[in-house]
Design a protein around this ligand. Structure first.
Ligand code: RAM
Length: 373
């Protein structure tokens, strides 16, 4: 009981601090958004609700939850881990953050096996492969460890914490290309790894959207290349695109590492190519805005994504859900999430919750958001 009271007090302190910070000068410590107008809020599947007894969601600091990111060296992943740690602490759980050495399944399997040997109670993983982690995760579950995915799904997880609907993300990517080419022109995709579940889901949905709508008939998708979520490789792939495709109009990068590298190359080379995609505001300061390589871009709040993964692990640990479609669980902050069906046609093999919508950043709001994440 004492622990629960301490957890509750901690949450109150965090909430008061966030409220006091308001108005756009917040640091990434604030889980609140800087302005209400600019908030990538949870969508209808995540309805804020009164929580009669938030202490019921409080944790047990004997329990330890771990987050495994895609790889070290990706600022988006660091923000996500930060949110996870903060939320775990607010609920009274211990948190472990693990950044694998590179964006491969092998690197993640090594980390998973170590965490199982340590006897953690829950694992949240941003998977580097749609299938390769399955037996390692199953071994974890056989030990009673709860497993969820976030950011990028994989077989073997019990629930996917999805940042935004796959088709909603794909639609803003396609529409960015449409707009930046003026409705007709050549574009290329600069992705992360060739097996990344999340990027491949968005790319598959982009193909479907383009194929099914005549509006996009004049868009010519030249090629898809992979920078493996490594800066240098993404840099090199962008340079090759510019050399190999002199008629290229737009590069669209559904990865924070890729969009930053592409925009930097375009800026350095003073190229007319425009760069669209998903970018982290703090990575993209000086690259987003009018007369810059990226007129605008999209993303969601990686801190919030990490927080929701911690809430999901807590919901399993507390017995609030077993991951069944239609179940709901309420976070310690009073937001209720509803578990919806998997979407195997775009590679989401587990039941999922959708945290929010893609949010647009441009020259008017990039500086403000770069302070937050
Ligand atoms: C990179 C990673 C991550 C993706 C973002 C948009 O940081 O590939 O998985 O969600 O980009």
């Amino acid at each position: 009981m004492k622990r629960k009271i301490i957890a509750l007090l901690l949450v109150l302190v965090i909430a008061l601090t966030a409220a006091a910070c308001g108005g756009g000068d917040t640091t990434p410590a604030a889980t609140e958004e800087p302005t209400t107008e600019a908030t990538p809020t949870p969508d209808a599947t995540a309805t804020p609700e009164e929580d009669d007894d938030p202490a019921d969601d409080g944790g047990d600091d004997d329990l330890t939850f771990a987050i495994i990111t895609k790889s070290a060296g990706i600022p988006f992943m660091e923000r996500m881990a930060y949110g996870f740690e903060n939320a775990a602490a607010a609920m009274g759980f211990n948190a472990i953050v693990q950044h694998p050495v590179d964006t491969t399944a092998e690197a993640q399997i090594t980390v998973i096996n170590n965490l199982v040997a340590q006897g953690v109670d829950g694992i949240a993983v941003a998977s580097n492969d749609p299938y390769a982690l399955e037996s390692a995760l199953q071994a974890a579950r056989d030990q009673g460890i709860v497993v969820v995915t976030l950011d990028s799904d994989t077989a073997g997880s019990q629930l996917f914490v999805n940042q935004a609907g796959v088709f909603e993300v794909a639609q803003v990517l396609v529409d960015s290309v449409y707009d930046m080419t003026g409705g007709a022109g050549q574009f290329a995709v600069l992705s992360a790894t060739s097996v990344a579940t999340n990027q491949n889901a968005w790319i598959a949905a982009m193909e479907e959207i383009i194929a099914q709508n005549d509006q996009y008939a004049e868009l010519e998708w030249l090629t898809t290349v992979f920078g493996d979520d490594e800066a240098q490789r993404s840099f090199d792939e962008t340079q090759s695109l510019l050399v190999n495709h002199p008629g290229l109009d737009v590069i669209v990068a559904p990865t924070t590492v890729g969009i930053m590298a592409a925009a930097q190359v375009v800026l350095q080379q003073d190229s007319d190519v425009l760069v669209a995609g998903l970018g982290l505001p703090s990575d993209m300061l000086g690259l987003v805005g009018d007369d810059l390589p990226t007129p605008y871009m999209y993303l969601w709040n990686p801190i919030e994504l990490g927080e929701v993964a911690a809430y999901a692990l807590a919901a399993f640990a507390n017995g609030d859900t077993d991951g069944s479609v239609g179940d709901t669980f309420t976070s310690i902050t009073g937001t209720t999430f509803t578990i919806i069906a998997a979407a195997p046609e775009v590679g989401i093999v587990n039941a999922q919750i959708i945290v929010g919508l893609p949010f647009r950043f441009d020259g008017d709001n990039i500086e403000e958001w770069a302070q937050v994440y």
